[in-house]
Design a protein around this ligand. Structure first.
Ligand code: CO
Length: 502
């Protein structure tokens, strides 16, 4: 039976979605096209739009429509997509209405200034510049947790925005277990006799040729250029105006073509998720991604599990060699594969390999959790950072620029975000294992450049559901069990034991 109240809710949500589309396009334009001195005027426009969107969202219930629907939901009168739309809209509404407009404005103001200060502090290697701002942000985030409410740790209330259903306790347990696996595993890799010289893959790669090569990969693995586009920006990102208008960016280095290829495949993974959301439900939770962790599982699966596999390069390496004969004609496929998967602890998270990357995340999670819970003071943060990097990665941190000041997240108020990167890696391994049982001859297909079944499988099992399932429920539905770190550890073990021969 058709539910007219749900139809009215959808109508209101689509109006808000149009505003979000406009706001996203302004964001994309700021990162891709805008002149540097236009930044203040653009900030004013986007802040105005953000307020408008917030107010319009609260007004969805001005006549009690959402509350009426919530009652129907609670008495099991809504089914299927209707139940998802009402349940998820209610979830967001509950959170938003607990935050007073004054608080929302204060947070926006502090974080937009703090990002600027953070960039300066990083440039000057001066944590003391950023310290009072970080203290203010942490104070606000604790206030946010208090306003929203939580039962265990205040960190729960922050994590929940990014990874619904996941608790601080769950994440601690998962990441603690992973650390126990990774630390000795990386030690074995470091003491292996196998020497890989990644520098031989450096060269001079004209940007237009890099761009064309990257586009050809994105197209081949399934990105639809009829409903999306690719551009260049300092920090790669994917942004969606609508499932039929999905854009991503890539970054380039003149001397390292692998740098842009990695980021292109990663963002293509995100973009395929967005293009795979059901366009007919635009504006509703049925056309929105589940969580940052599941989103990241899509990018990491393509970037690492597929994009750094031997099969993938069996297909693409001859093309890369043809496009860039120097230096690749002199490097064998085997050596190239080892270079792509070279493991080396690095001070910088965004430049690290898929193994040590997770220790960077564990460090950030442990520190931000301690700060939010109040067991670590901001003034002790740089020293705590150095000591953890030394303990987990075996590196000395020579400066705060290469240490605690390297990431933008905290300055923008994104606390509780970091764990989703590693959760994404773990989800990816578990999804991939389930997928490889369903697609006959998967690695042969990859080696032939046939990616159609992968895209189809991801569309059907993950993308098309929108927010229908919570991350863990989706894992159970698709893989038959909740999150299990064994899949990720097995994946790393199989791959790197073969490369490093231990
Ligand atoms: Co990503």
């Amino acid at each position: 039976m058709k539910n007219n109240l749900v139809d009215e809710l959808k109508r209101r949500l689509v109006e808000i979605a149009h505003l979000n589309t406009a706001s996203s396009l302004l964001h994309w334009d700021r990162e891709v096209n805008m002149a540097p001195r236009s930044i203040d005027s653009r900030a004013a426009t986007t802040a105005y739009l953000a307020g408008l969107i917030h107010n319009k969202f609260i007004a969805v219930d001005s006549d009690g429509l959402l509350k009426k629907l919530k009652k129907q939901l609670d008495s099991n009168k809504l089914k299927g997509g209707d139940a998802v739309i009402v349940g998820e809209t209610w979830r967001s509404f509950e959170r938003e209405r607990k935050l007073p407009e004054k608080f929302v404005r204060k947070m926006a103001e502090v974080t937009s200034k703090a990002q600027h200060i953070w960039a300066e502090a990083r440039k000057q290697n001066k944590f003391s510049l950023f310290k009072p701002w970080l203290s203010e942000i942490v104070k606000l985030k604790r206030e946010e947790a208090r306003l929203v409410g939580y039962s265990g740790s205040p960190y729960d209330a922050l994590l929940d925005v990014y990874e619904p259903g996941m608790t601080t306790g769950n994440v601690s347990e998962i990441l603690f277990g992973l650390k126990d696996f990774l630390v000795p595993f990386i030690r074995k890799i470091k003491s292996s006799q196998r020497a890989i010289n990644a520098n031989i893959a450096r060269g001079s790669f004209p940007l237009d040729k890099q761009h064309a090569f990257n586009e050809s990969i994105a197209r081949k693995i399934g990105f639809d250029f009829e409903t999306g586009r690719v551009d260049k920006s300092a920090h790669p990102f994917t942004i969606t105006m609508h499932p039929q208008d999905v854009r991503f960016t890539t970054r380039y280095r003149n001397n390292d073509v692998l740098y842009s290829i990695g980021s292109t495949i990663h963002e293509t993974g995100h973009a395929l998720y967005e293009q795979g959301l059901p366009a007919e439900h635009f504006g509703t939770p049925l056309a929105e991604s589940i969580s940052l962790g599941v989103h990241e599982s899509q990018s990491r699966m393509w970037e690492n599990m597929i994009g750094k596999s031997k099969s993938f390069w069996k297909y693409f390496y001859p093309k890369l060699q043809k496009e860039f004969p120097v230096p690749f004609m002199r490097i064998s496929l085997n050596d190239f594969y080892n270079i792509v998967n070279f493991v080396k602890p690095s001070l910088i998270r965004t430049e690290s390999d898929e193994v040590t990357y997770n220790l960077h995340i564990i460090i950030r999670f442990e520190l931000e959790k301690a700060i939010i819970e109040g067991s670590l003071e901001i003034k002790d943060l740089p020293a705590a950072w150095r000591s953890k990097v030394n303990e987990y990665l075996g590196l000395d941190v020579p400066s705060d620029t290469l240490g605690v000041l390297q990431d933008v997240h905290w300055s923008g108020g994104s606390i509780g975000y970091f764990p989703t990167y590693t959760l994404g890696n773990m989800y990816a391994a578990q999804f991939y294992s389930a997928m490889s049982k369903k697609i006959h001859g998967l690695s042969n297909k990859i080696a032939k450049g046939d990616f159609r079944d992968i895209k189809k499988w991801l569309n059907k099992n993950i993308h098309q559901h929108g927010k229908t399932y919570k991350p863990n429920d989706l894992l159970v539905k698709v893989t038959g069990e909740p999150l299990n770190s064994r899949y990720f550890c097995d994946y790393l073990e199989n791959k790197y034991k073969a490369i490093y021969k231990f």
